[in-house]
Design a protein around this ligand. Sequence first.
Ligand code: ADP
Ligand code: ZN
Ligand code: ZN
Length: 741
Amino acid sequence: MYADVIIDISHEKLDKVFQYRIPDGMLAHLRAGMQVRVPFGGGNRLRTGYVTDITDHTDYDPAKIKEIAQIMEESVPIESQLIALAAWMRRNYGGTMNQALKTVIPVKTKERLQQKRTVVLAVTDRAQAADMLMQMHKKHHTARARLLEALLDNPAIDYGIVLHKLNVTAAVLRAMEEQNIIRIKCEDRYRNPVAHLEQKGYRLTLNEEQQAVVDAVDAEFQAGQYGNYLIQGVTGSGKTEVYMELIARAAAAGRASIVLIPEIALTFQTVMRFYNRFGDRVSILHSRLSQGERYDQFLRAKNGELDVMIGPRSALFTPFSNLGYIIIDEEHETSYKSETVPRYHARETAFARARMAGASVVLGSATPSLESSYYAQKGLVRRFYLTNRAKADSTLATCQIVDLREELRSGNRSILSRTLQQLMEERLARREQIMLFLNRRGMAGFVSCRACGEVVKCPHCDVSLSLHNDGRLKCHYCGYEMRQVSVCPSCGSKYIGAFRAGTQKIEEIVRERFPAARVLRMDYDTTRTKDSYEKILSAFANEEADILIGTQMIVKGHDFPKVTLVGVLAADLSLHSSDYRAAERTFQLLTQAAGRAGRGTRPGEAVIQTYQPEHYAVQTAQAQDYAKFYEQELAYRELMCYPPVWNLLLVAVTSPSEMQADACSDAIGAWLRSQEMDMQVIGPTEAAIARVNDIYRRVVYIKSEDYEVLVRAKEGIEQLLAGHTWRQTGVQFDFNPMNGF
Ligand code: ADP
Ligand code: ZN
Ligand code: ZN
C-alpha cells in the first residue's frame, strides 16, 4: 500500500503530492490527515508531511519508492484533516493546492473581533469606597460620584451604558482608571448572527417512521460504525425532525454536526426550528455574513462552543474536531456543486471528510439525485423511506396533467389553460392561496413546436439544440449545428420557435384575467435588494396576497398551509434544456412544486401544463412515482454512458486568441487519443457559448466508467500543459459537471 504525502506545508512545494510506501506494521495505524516523517530529496533528510490519501496503486517504479519513516502523531489535528481534505479535492476536482486550501480553510482577516467592554469597580474595600465618594461630592466631581455610586450597586456595568446613560466621559474614565478606582475590562465577543433569537426548547414526538430511522442510524453511530445514509422522504415527511434528533443524540455524546442546506432554503423558518431546539449551540453561515463574522463562527466551532453549524456548501469545512454527522438536506440541489475552482460536489466531498474524521453522512431528499439513488442501489449508501406526511391530516397533493397542444387546438393561446383558470377561480372564491410556477431553469433557447410538442434535438447526443444569436441551432455536447427551422420537421406546423415567456408577462396575464386577486411575484428582478426575498415570502405567509408567481425559488422548502393549488405553467422549460440532466431536474422540480400544495389540513391539487404529456419525467412526477422515474432515467444514462453510471470530465479551454484556444484544445484531444486508457474522448469542440467577452472557449469531454481514469487523464493533461506554453490560455476541469460550458 502507498500513501500520498504533501511535504512541509509552509513551502511552495505544497502543490505536489509525493508517494511513499507504507511499512507493513504501520498500515493499521495510518490514516489520511496524519503527520508523518518522510525521507525527502537527494540527502533523504527527514521532513514532516501530511498523509492525504492511502491507495493500492502507484504511478512510479515500486522499487524506487521510499518508505514513510514514522508517524508523528496518531491523533489527527483538525487543520491537517482539512489539509488532507484539500489535497483530496485537488486530486479529484482539479485546480491548484492553493485554491483547494483557500476553499477549505477560511482566511484570517485583519478585522478585529468585536470587543465587549465593561467598567468594573477596582476598589475592594467598601469603607474606602464610601470615603472616596464623599470626597468626590465635596469637590463637586459629580460625574465621578455618579459612576462610583452606580458601581457600588452593580460592580460591572457595560461601557456603552456608562458613556451614554450615566453620561460619564472617556476622559473621566481614564482619570478614574489611573487612580485605581475602576478598571475597564475588554473581552472578545464573537459576533453571533443568531444572538437575538430566543430558545424555546420545543420538541416534537417523532412518528414511527421517523423514530425507526433515528434508531437505526443512531445505533450504528453509537457503536462507532460510521456510514452513509439516504433518507428518501416525501415532502413534509419530517426529515428535519429526524436530523435534529440525530444531532441531539450526537451532541449528548460530545459530537458536533454540520447541516448543509441550499442557500435558497435558508429561511427564517428553518433557522428558527434549529434555534428553538439548540439555542446558542447552533450557528449559521450565510452569504450575507462578513468575512469576520464567518471567521468568528468557525472559531466558535473550533473552540467547542457549538453542536451544530448550518449553512450552504461551504459550511462543510467547519473545523469541528469532534465531527459526528454531516447532514445534507435537499441533497439533489444543484447548488451543492461549486461553480468555482475546485469544482467540488458537497456530497462526495462530505463522504471524503466523514471518512477521514470518522463521522456519518446523512443525505435527505424527496427526490434524491440519480447519484444518491445509484449509490443506494449499489449498497454504498443505506436508504430509508419516509412515506407519509408528518403532520396529522396532511396528505400529498393530487396531480393532473394538462396538454397544452390540446389547448392550442381548441383555440386557447393563453399560458393559462382552461383547467387551471377554473381551479384558480374556485380557490379565489374559497379564499385559499395559489402558487404559479414558471420553470425557467435551463432556458437556453430550445426550439419546440407548439402544435405537436416536438423539440429539435441533436441527432448524435439526444439533447435539445440551442438557438444561438447567429440564427443557428447548435449542440452543446458535440458541436453539431444546423440552420434554424421555420416549420416543424415532424408535423409541418409553423408554430415553431424558441420558447420565451417571463414571470413579468405572466403577472400581467394573471392580473388581467383575475383583476380582484392580490398578486405577488418572486423572481430574480424582485429579489435583488436585501431582505426582499424574506419580505415576499412573509407577506404571502401572512395571506397578504392570493397568488404567488415565481421561478424555481418559490418551490423550495416553504410551508404555506393555505396554499391548495399549484400550477406549473410550462414543464417543458426545464425538460429541454441542452443538458443530459434535464429530465431529472424536471422530475425534481415538478415533484417539489406539487409538494407545496396541501401542506395544511385542506387537500392540495397540482396542475402540470406541458406540450409533452407523454414524457416519462412528467408522467412519473404526476404519479409521484420516484422508483419508476429512477428506473427509466437510469436506463437512459446507462445507454448514453452518462453519470452516475459513467463519469464525465469536462476540460474547458479559454483564450483571447482563437488560434491558441484551438491549438491547446487540439493538443489535449490528440494526447488523450494517444493514451491507452479506458475512456471515450469527445471533441475538442466549441463551447455552448463559443466566445464570451472576446475570450474563445473550447471543450473536450472525457467519459469513463472509472472515475480514477478521469483523475489520471486530468493529471496527464496537467503535465502536458506544464511542458508547453499556449499564451494566456487557461484550462479548467469540471468532473461530472452540473452545467455545460
Ligand atoms: P421535510 O423536511 O421532510 O419536508 P419537515 O421536517 O419540514 O419535513 O416537517 C414538515 C412539517 O411537519 C413541519 O411543520 C413539522 O413541524 C411537522 N412535523 C414533523 N415531524 C412531526 C411529528 N413527528 N409530529 C408532528 N408534526 C411533525
Ligand atoms: Zn410539430
Ligand atoms: Zn450533439
